[in-house]
Ligand binder design. Sequence first.
Ligand SMILES: Nc1ncnc2c1ncn2[C@@H]1O[C@H](COP(=O)(O)OP(=O)(O)OP(=O)(O)O)[C@@H](O)[C@H]1O
Length: 241
Amino acid sequence: MRRLLDIIGLQAGYGASRVLNDLSLHIDEGESIGLFGPNGHGKSTLLKAISGLLRPTAGSIAFDGKDITTQRPPSIVAAGLIHAPQGNTLFGNMRIAETLELAAFSKRAKAEAGRHLEEVYALFPRLAERKQQFARTLSGGERQMLSIGCALMCAPRLLMLDEPTLGLSPRLKEELAAAIAKISKTGVPLIVVEQDVEFLLSLTDRLYMIEHGEVVREISSANAPDHEEVMRLYFGAEGAH
Ligand SMILES: Nc1ncnc2c1ncn2[C@@H]1O[C@H](COP(=O)(O)OP(=O)(O)OP(=O)(O)O)[C@@H](O)[C@H]1O
């Protein structure tokens, strides 16, 4: 099976504090993966290292057969590795339409911007209804939609979503999950970070559990844990972590 993404022995962190410890994982062509695990154990740090926002101190990252370990974010985005970060990173004083148009950053994305804009509005009718609204006036769920919309404007060949449903109501979570499933059906492979293992299993083919900056468990839908086992994975046998 051809590897779309291959990460071997990755180490990265902030100053003297090392967060990722010899982390290895891969994505085969045609599959999507989920990442879960306790808070603060390095999932977002891993996405930052893949997208070039954080330079690894050891190990390697290959995308589509090319070594991208030391490449900078513009080349990584141009290659189609797109990261929709966690939280609110939008420009509040820009309108939705302007924000989406600005997001088509690479030459490849610019050439297709008109078509991608239509696709984003079809996927998120809430954004289409609010084209002229300022980003700062959007609800949490709508901001998350705009953030994913921006990622789609970049023509992703691999899309990384960091906790896309964090803090959303169950109804909005369902709406976003349906949109993400639609994106996946169009053939865009995903890396999704989420705490909810069942939700991840419904969206992706395989999961990696990340703890202390390394992969401690790999799960496929064939060996999916039940709810009690998921609780044990998170909190340990004694309920302490
Ligand atoms: N810019 C930064 N400078 C210093 N330390 C950081 C920085 N960003 C994250 N960290 C630290 O790195 C560790 C891993 O954080 P990271 O955000 O990768 O975890 P996570 O698994 O994604 O957690 P969560 O699920 O809460 O988002 C944490 O201890 C965090 O405090």
